[in-house]
Design a protein around this ligand. Sequence first.
Ligand code: HEC
Ligand code: HEC
Length: 298
Amino acid sequence: MKRAVHRLWVGGAALVLVAVVTVGSGLLMEQRRLARSVEVPVRPLALSTAADARAHGQYLYESRGCAGCHGLSGEGRRFADQGGVLLAGPDITPGGSTARYTEADWVRAVRHGVAPGGRPLRVMPSQDYNRLSDPDLAALVVYLQSLPAAGGAPAVLQWPLPVRLLYGFGFIDDAADRIDHTQAPEAPVAAAVSVDYGRYLALGCTGCHGAQLQGGPIPGGAPDWPAAPALRTEARKPVSGDAPVVARYADLVAFRSMMQTGRRPDGSAIAVMPFDAFARYTDVDLQALHLYLQSLPR
Ligand code: HEC
Ligand code: HEC
């Protein structure tokens, strides 16, 4: 009996020791991953002097999701507060951490997910912005630099312990891990109701819907997020009885209404997608995107 109790104690102590060592080394590895310096090839970006650059930059800022995480005036914004996760995008006006950004720093952060000095950004979804053409990225920067300086709110990045350990042990990638940094930016495409312009716009959907729009679980997404459905349907594994989601939006009116309201034709709400931003798409952008999605093989 005594021996059994002793064994239990030893077993219990060993388990606690293993847990402490695992947590300790996980947190250590988290620090190491965060402290790593990521080298990326930064292509020079000429800041646009085009007369409409600022207005175009504002449109991109508001319609491509930046405002949802950094605030409508770039002042910084808390965008997640749930289950021990607290996330806020920093002030990116000239009053914030980007005050002393050079052109190269903008390219490094927005296109590559890396802060000046090589620190990897963890939440900033640069994989969605990596393909932005030079004129589009330049317009964004011109707009952000023209904003009145806000109060300098810092980023807030807090996760519960299990998520920190998963990151430490390398099970969760940051944007810099997901991006092919050697790819050249997309050549500029004229805004028009064309399949090619729609294809360019849909590059901004690939961070969630997959590089080939093949769908799947969203990398780095919250545990309660549904998987993103396939938008390109020839690659999709058919689930019994379901039709490809894009078939619901064969009609432009249905597609426009979905993007502007966040609801399916049957009225049910669609989760996760940043509809505050998508509702601001111009009609040319909506039509081009629709044309492209409908042109994909099914
Ligand atoms: C899903 C939320 C989200 C979206 C969308 C988003 N950001 Fe961020 N961004 C963040 C967070 C959070 C940080 C803080 C750093 C990190 O992720 O580790 C950040 C960091 C940055 C930084 C680096 C700031 C610094 O401290 O050096 C820049 C620049 C930036 N974002 C610009 C943009 C622009 C421009 C867009 C749109 C094209 C955008 N962000 C879209 C969440 C977001
Ligand atoms: C932040 C991640 C994210 C981004 C960015 C995103 N999506 Fe989605 N999308 C999702 C998720 C998750 C679902 C499934 C939602 C659900 O089942 O409630 C979805 C569903 C859809 C659907 C199916 C809607 C339905 O009827 O069920 C379409 C169509 C769609 N997305 C198109 C797009 C397009 C086009 C873009 C780019 C302009 C885009 N998405 C960008 C995450 C995203």
